[in-house]
Design a protein around this ligand. Structure first.
Ligand code: ZN
Length: 160
């Protein structure tokens, strides 16, 4: 739209329940515990809004990103790959779902960054949108914001 002087984002909220521990944490977050997490996924179009004036149908964000979170992170333990004792312990009590072994310590910042940098570009490939920010509420009172620092050109390559 030639006269447009503002940028649209579509934001979808995703709830999930998970357990983790932060390896090396100085106090209580170093113990296995759980959260009711809320993700706010902020998506932006590479070009214009679609033919009827949307960034994307909200259901796409729900199905694609919410579906991934449901499958991989909801109702399971998210454990750092270096946290061998916990991984061995959990293998002795297998549940309905596998644990999710993360390549980094599962702080809220690192989980949001993993989703933003590794997962979203794969899930939204070729859809004409990218995720520029994820806000992640680990509890009602504590949240992190993870924003992409990649250029428009690099983002286009990652998402196409
Ligand atoms: Zn925690």
């Amino acid at each position: 739209m030639e006269n447009q002087t503002s940028q649209s984002s579509a934001v979808r909220k995703i709830h999930f329940c998970y357990g983790h521990r932060v390896m090396g944490h100085e106090n209580k977050c170093g113990t296995l515990h759980g959260h009711n997490g809320i993700l706010w996924i902020h998506a932006t179009p590479f070009h214009d809004l679609d033919a009827i004036g949307r960034v994307v149908d909200f259901s796409v964000l729900k199905e694609v990103i919410g579906g991934w979170v449901d499958e991989h992170w909801d109702h399971t333990m998210i454990i750092f790959k270096e946290d061998k004792n916990v991984i061995d312990l959990l293998k002795q009590a297998p549940g309905f779902k596998s644990i999710f072994v993360l390549d980094r310590n599962p702080t809220a910042e690192n989980m949001a960054a993993y989703l933003l940098d590794e997962v979203c570009p794969v899930l939204l490939k070729g859809k004409g949108i990218y995720v520029h920010k994820i806000v992640f509420y680990e509890t009602e009172n504590c949240f992190v914001e993870q924003t992409t620092s990649l250029s428009y050109e690099v983002l286009r390559q990652k998402y196409n």
